[in-house]
Write a protein of this length. Structure first.
Length: 156
C-alpha cells in the first residue's frame, strides 16, 4: 500500500510518500513552495500542477490530507482552505481516494497524545520510519505524519 500525505498551505505545501501499513517505509518527502508576491490563483495553479505531477509519478493507492484546524487568523484559514481544495482536486483528477484527518487525530495516531508538540511528532515520524534524522523542512515531516496516521487507521 502506497500512501501520499499532504500538509496543505499556500506558501508551502508539504508532501510525503510512504509504503506499507504495518511498518511503513519512506519513499520520498518534500515541499512545494510558491512565491509570496505571486497572485493567489497562480500559486494555487502551481500547487495543483506540482501535486498532480507528484501523484502521477509516485502512483499512491490513497491520499491523506490534513484537515483545517481552527486558527485565530481568518486569512490563514482561508488561504489553507484554498490549498486543500486544489490538493483534493489533484487527487480526484488522478483518480486516487482521499482520507482527511484533523491535527488531533494525527497527533494521537503518531504519539498517542492529542496535545503533542511539533518536536514530539517529528521525532516519532523519524523513529517510525527508521530514519537517522527528522525529515526537513517541517512541512515535509508533517505530511509524513499525515500519511503514517492513515496507515495506522488502515491497520486498525
Amino acid at each position: 500500500m502506497r500512501i501520499f500525505g499532504i500538509d496543505p498551505g499556500t506558501a508551502i505545501t508539504g508532501f510525503g510518500v510512504i509504503d506499507g501499513k504495518d511498518s511503513p517505509t519512506l519513499v520520498t518527502a518534500g515541499v512545494i513552495r510558491t512565491p509570496a508576491k505571486q497572485a493567489l490563483e497562480l500559486r494555487l495553479e502551481a500547487i495543483y500542477a506540482d501535486l498532480l505531477e507528484l501523484i502521477r509519478e509516485y502512483r499512491p493507492d490513497e491520499i491523506a490530507i490534513e484537515q483545517i484546524f481552527f486558527a485565530t487568523n481568518a486569512k490563514t484559514v482561508i488561504s489553507v482552505s484554498h490549498a486543500r481544495g486544489v490538493a483534493m482536486l489533484a487527487a480526484i483528477h488522478a483518480g486516487v481516494a482521499i482520507a482527511e484527518y484533523t491535527p488531533l487525530q494525527i497527533k494521537q495516531a503518531i504519539t498517542g497524545y492529542g496535545r503533542a508538540d511539533k518536536q514530539q511528532i517529528q521525532e516519532m515520524v523519524r523513529a517510525m520510519l527508521k530514519l537517522e534524522t527528522v525529515p526537513k523542512p517541517d512541512d515535509a515531516a508533517d505530511a509524513l505524519a499525515v500519511a503514517i496516521c492513515h496507515s495506522q487507521v488502515l491497520t486498525a
